[in-house]
Design a protein around this ligand. Structure first.
Ligand code: ZN
Length: 768
């Protein structure tokens, strides 16, 4: 798509007319089904595609209160141009107004001095053919406001207002959200006609604080007939009602704001509050991702930096998670910090360019669009101004391959936010995130492409997959359980870990796994005591691999007992020279059905220190850690009560990663459409578009793979790729979009094979 497309020179009026007219056809319009700039269909599609489906390169200068006196609009217009930016997010109102607002108590920036900074920027952007997201922040207000309307603010149990520094937290159930924010949205829409609105912090008080204001009490009483719980207690059904009531209210706010902005600004004047890149973060803020995605035309992702626990690959992961709910025809720009975000944060220092680039590139691999983000309009560290440009240039040149495509893969990894809430509770990191990270990291390490799938979408999406993985998916509804059973009945394979299906959707334990028949394993009553606490600890425990293959050479049993040479289960491939694996978790006994094979058993904890005491007290137990079976229709089911996934996320032991990868390969009968050889940690993602496939290979190999920031990129290669072709792809033609190296394809039996000499940060291969 050309930067100077037909929109670039449009007047504001004709743009609006087109955008407004687009609502009738937008559901059927697929802009990227046409070759850019070459056909009448393209021109027509451009005119009928609403802006939120078409604008892919975003930028934001997050305005500080001091900026109105130094903001150099001419300079920033140049920056928009230099970075090929098509849309900007501009601070408008909320905590601070950057325009001469007439809404009572709407606080104007201290240094605004009568300047209409938002208006000037909005007009400049429109003149340059850019679209504008007016940015709000409705979470807090100043003391003057609090004094005028103390009943619009969140109160603790003692009736004291919740505060954040000098500011007061507003209550989501008060007229602040029902009247004040809508009047600001309406004023801005009427005065400036931004294309849409976003909000940095729209969902009010988080889960860790309970508001006891009169508005909340009244609403909760009205909806449930109960009083607001006095304290957090996940075992209290009223507390869980309070959680769900909070979720519902955030969706009401989403809908109210959308009604308001569309009424004031026209049908495409959407409101799309920012959302987190962490499911636990969404849970703590009562933002139901699945419901939001059903409502949203675009997701504004506020996810600025990696943590050492997840790496860059978290971006491709979260992109796939959100697209799985939102659809792959919609867009997810992510706020990508050009400053040192994360740990530690320096708002005014440049993020090392390699670190910023890798974050962006892994986003592209997950279908995310770029959105550069600076805090403040003036910087003495000018290096950050050069970070986005080369990446935006590349994105623009290759955009047709980067959006409007669907993922290819045979492995579905199942999740749900309800599981984070009601199974994870206050330990979602340990109970939910770590098992997820362990599984997905093992898949990435093994170059096995995967797709996240929401548990409620199994009935719709499961048929795409050969194997479903349940990474300690504790909470499952009866419907979700039924979907998994249907999937296996129809020949699908299953790999489940930990306490999957052991809880209902409120987090109440079931007597047995709801999927116990498939697992071939059953809970033994009264043995699960304390399991939640034990998951937080690391214990000096092991797994014994069955059958043992005692070495003829080394073991003390030599000469007294013959070595067992029986074939081991294929998931233990590569472990022939060991009878034990390090574990770290704790296992409770399960009852295993006769039709299931126990592949590994538990070796209970024994001392580490002093070394003299470090011998196994109980070398053998019958407690199963890994159980495999093949059901009569040929489907394979592996159940892993041992939390190898969690341990791998924590400690990165290759044994754990290898075992998980072996399990996946066996369980799906090696039905994996990709094989990549060559050293390095490479995240592999495959997509399809009509007549072609797009393969992303992101090189995560670096001295800073597990500790930000990257200092230096280290190339990998040569990398040999074999990829299974989709029906409409011949596989003979290759185009390497990054290095532009020449590569030649050998096609055989529905697969194409080629070599990439070297990958620095990423390579994207178009196969047609
Ligand atoms: Zn309240």
């Amino acid at each position: 798509m050309s930067e100077k497309g037909s929109y670039a020179g449009d007047s504001r009026r004709s743009f609006l007319k087109k955008a407004t007219g687009a609502t009738i056809t937008l559901a059927n319009t697929n802009l990227f089904a046409f070759s850019p700039g070459t056909s009448p269909q393209w021109d027509q599609a451009l005119q009928t595609t609403p802006w939120f489906r078409r604008i892919t390169r975003w930028g934001q200068t997050n305005i500080t209160e001091k900026d109105p006196i130094i903001y150099d609009i001419t300079w920033w217009r140049n920056h928009w141009k230099r970075t090929h930016t098509q849309g900007v997010i501009i601070n408008a109102g909320g905590i601070i107004a950057y325009y001469p607002t007439k809404v009572p108590l709407h606080y104007k920036a201290e240094y605004l001095h009568g300047r209409d900074l938002f208006g000037d920027l909005c007009r400049a952007a429109h003149e340059d053919g850019l679209v504008v997201f007016a940015r709000m922040d409705s979470n807090r207000a100043h003391e003057e406001f609090y004094k005028a309307h103390p009943d619009w603010f969140a109160l603790d149990r003692d009736g004291k207002p919740y505060r954040a520094g000098d500011l007061y937290i507003t209550c989501v159930n008060s007229p602040y959200y029902n009247e004040h924010i809508p009047s600001i949205l309406t004023e801005i829409a009427n005065l400036y006609h931004p294309e849409g609105f976003t909000d940095n912090s729209w969902s009010g008080l988080g889960r860790d604080s309970i508001c006891y204001c009169e508005n909340c009490r009244k609403s909760f009483r009205g909806k449930t007939g109960k009083e607001i719980p006095r304290e957090k207690n996940w075992d209290d059904p009223v507390y869980r009602q309070w959680i769900r009531w909070n979720y519902d209210r955030r969706l009401e706010i989403w809908d109210l704001n959308n009604r308001t902005t569309r009424a004031a600004g026209g049908p495409t004047c959407i409101w799309s509050g920012m959302n987190s890149g962490s499911i636990s973060g969404q849970s703590r803020s009562f933002r139901d991702y699945k419901e939001i995605c059903q409502r949203a035309e675009i997701i504004m992702l506020d996810h600025q930096a990696r943590t050492d626990a997840v790496g860059f690959q978290h971006m491709s992961d979260i992109g796939k998670i959100i697209h799985g709910m939102l659809g792959w025809d919609k867009l997810i720009p992510d706020s990508m910090a050009m400053y040192q975000a994360g740990r530690p944060t320096f708002r005014l220092s440049s993020k090392p360019a390699a670190e910023a680039h890798m974050w962006m590139l892994e986003g592209f691999a997950g279908g995310i669009q770029p959105w550069w983000h600076h805090v403040g309009a003036y910087h003495e560290d000018r290096r950050m101004y050069h970070t986005a440009e080369p990446i935006y240039k590349w994105y623009q040149a290759n955009e047709e391959f980067l959006i409007n495509r669907t993922p290819v893969g045979t492995i579905g990894v199942v999740w749900s936010q309800e599981n984070t809430d009601f199974y994870g509770r206050d330990d979602a990191d340990v109970l939910v995130d770590q098992p997820w990270n362990g599984i997905t990291q093992a898949l990435i390490r093994a170059r096995i492409p995967y797709q996240p799938v929401h548990a409620d979408h199994l009935s719709r999406d499961a048929s795409k997959f050969s194997l479903l993985i349940l990474p300690n998916l504790g909470c499952m509804s009866d419907d979700q359980v039924a979907s998994v059973k249907r999937f296996v009945d129809r020949g699908g394979h299953l790999f489940a870990t930990g306490e999957s299906s052991l809880f209902d959707t409120s987090g109440n334990p079931r007597k047995d796994y709801a999927l116990s028949d498939l697992f071939g394993s059953h809970v033994i009553p009264d043995t699960a005591e304390g399991s939640r606490e034990s998951m937080k600890r690391t214990s000096h425990t092991y797994l014994r691999l069955i059958p043992e293959m005692r070495s003829k050479v080394y073991g003390p049993q030599t000469g007294t007992e013959p070595a067992i040479t029986a074939d081991r289960h294929p998931v233990l491939k590569g472990f022939e020279e060991t009878d034990i694996l390090p574990f770290g978790g704790v296992l409770n006994p399960v009852r295993v059905d006769d039709n299931s094979a126990v592949i590994a058993t538990f070796i209970p904890e024994f001392p580490i220190y002093p070394p003299e005491t470090a011998w196994m007290r109980e070398p053998k137990t019958d407690i199963a850690g890994l159980i495999a079976r093949t059901v009569p229709n040929g489907s394979r089911v592996i159940f892993m009560p041992a939390d190898i996934d969690r341990q791998f996320a924590r400690y990165n032991l290759p044994d754990h990663g290898n075992l998980l990868a072996n399990v996946v390969r066996w369980a799906c009968k090696d039905d994996i459409p990709l094989a990549v050889s060559g050293a390095g940690l490479i995240d592999c993602n495959i997509y399809q578009q009509p007549g072609r496939m797009v393969l992303h290979l992101t090189n995560l190999t670096s001295a800073a793979t597990w500790r930000q920031p990257v200092h230096e990129l280290i190339p990998v290669g040569p990398v040999r790729v074999r990829i299974k072709l989709t029906k409409d792809v011949s596989g003979k033609n290759l185009k390497l979009l990054v290095s532009e190296q020449k590569a030649s394809a050998a096609v055989e039996g529905g697969w194409t094979e080629f070599e990439i000499r070297s990958i620095l940060n990423h390579e994207v291969v178009v196969i047609s």
